[in-house]
Design a protein around this ligand. Structure first.
Ligand SMILES: *[C@@H]1O[C@H](CO)[C@@H](O)[C@H](O)[C@H]1NC(C)=O
Ligand SMILES: *[C@@H]1O[C@H](CO)[C@@H](O)[C@H](O)[C@H]1NC(C)=O
Ligand SMILES: *[C@@H]1O[C@H](CO)[C@@H](O)[C@H](O)[C@H]1NC(C)=O
Ligand SMILES: *[C@@H]1O[C@H](CO)[C@@H](O)[C@H](O)[C@H]1NC(C)=O
Ligand SMILES: *[C@@H]1O[C@H](CO)[C@@H](O)[C@H](O)[C@H]1NC(C)=O
Ligand SMILES: *[C@@H]1O[C@H](CO)[C@@H](O)[C@H](O)[C@H]1NC(C)=O
Length: 248
């Protein structure tokens, strides 16, 4: 029986091992293979902006108008994605004093909606969009809420008719949401008509370029954390376009 115990025990162990391995393989191929991924939670725009570090005013406005909730819902329920132009804290603080406070609640909502395009636009896609863009503020006819872009290479300029600015960085970008930093608040004609006495900044006082400590530190942060980053589609698209041109 001694011969049995070593040789046969080994054989039995191998046999059991084989069965165990097979069972595991079958289990792996069965329902156990799906650890219930479920839909990813809707993107949290507030969290995205918090990470950017210099959008405190925008976050506060999105929360007070409850647009943050609406954006979350839109990202969850639409396949078109969303593009947000995010004015930095500096952009808000360089508005003439009281600009926001004189707005009604509804105007604040509209102002923010003017910064939102209800589709995803990658940096490279700005080269092919047609003006004026349709924002969530609605009516893009002249004098209302048109938003125009012009591009040259990676540079994307934005014009509202009252304000010219440029996209100064990509805060966030995936296949659902793009957040671009702008260093001016996009003032729409529909709210800030120039016919009223003192329209855009710098009209009343001779404010001599306020360059204070905190703001210059903020912009230093900006340049380190928000440098140009081509979005995922950007590079392949650029390559495809180059190949297209080279082949003619
Ligand atoms: C979104 O993120 C903000 C900031 O991190 C957080 O306060 C808020 O609770 C989040 N909202 C949801 C619905 O997860
Ligand atoms: C996302 O949308 C789905 C289907 O439209 C819905 O069942 C779900 O409750 C939504 N989730 C959130 C967090 O809004
Ligand atoms: C964008 O604006 C800058 C600054 O005003 C200007 O120099 C540049 O030519 C503009 N580019 C385009 C493509 O409009
Ligand atoms: C925006 O573009 C449209 C179409 O090119 C043009 O008619 C309109 O004048 C432009 N508006 C501004 C504010 O640049
Ligand atoms: C914006 O740029 C356009 C075209 O370069 C120019 O005609 C217009 O005067 C500028 N507007 C402001 C407010 O700077
Ligand atoms: C504007 O500047 C002029 C000349 O620099 C000065 O005399 C005047 O007091 C200033 N006005 C205000 C409101 O600061």
């Amino acid at each position: 029986m001694e011969g049995f115990s070593t040789y046969h025990l080994a054989a039995i162990f191998l046999f059991i091992f084989n069965i165990a391995a097979k069972a595991q393989g079958q289990a792996g191929a069965g329902p156990a293979a799906a650890p219930a991924p479920g839909p990813p939670p809707p993107l949290n725009v507030t969290a995205v902006l918090e990470k950017g570090g210099q959008f405190r005013t925008l976050i506060r406005l999105l929360q007070s108008t409850q647009l943050d909730e609406r954006i979350r819902g839109q990202l969850n329920n639409s396949n078109a994605g969303l593009t947000l132009f995010a004015p930095s804290d500096n952009a808000f603080s360089s508005l003439s004093p009281g600009t926001l406070n004189t707005l009604t609640n509804q105007q604040q909502v509209t102002l923010l909606q003017y910064h939102i395009i209800p589709t995803l636009i990658t940096l490279s896609q700005f080269q092919t969009v047609s003006n004026p863009l349709s924002t969530q503020a609605g009516d893009s006819s002249p004098g209302q809420y048109p938003l125009n872009v012009t591009t040259a290479g990676n540079q994307v300029n934005i014009s509202t008719g009252l304000v010219n600015t440029t996209i100064s960085g990509t805060v966030y970008s995936d296949d659902q949401l793009a957040v671009y930093q702008v260093d001016k608040v996009l003032l729409p004609l529909g709210i800030f008509r120039p016919s009223v006495p003192a329209p855009p900044p710098k009209a009343d006082k001779n404010a001599s370029a306020p360059t204070e400590g905190p703001s210059s530190r903020d912009s230093a942060d900006a340049s380190s954390t928000n440098e140009w980053r081509p979005s995922r589609l950007g590079l392949p698209f650029a390559v495809a376009v180059s190949i297209f041109y080279w082949s003619f």
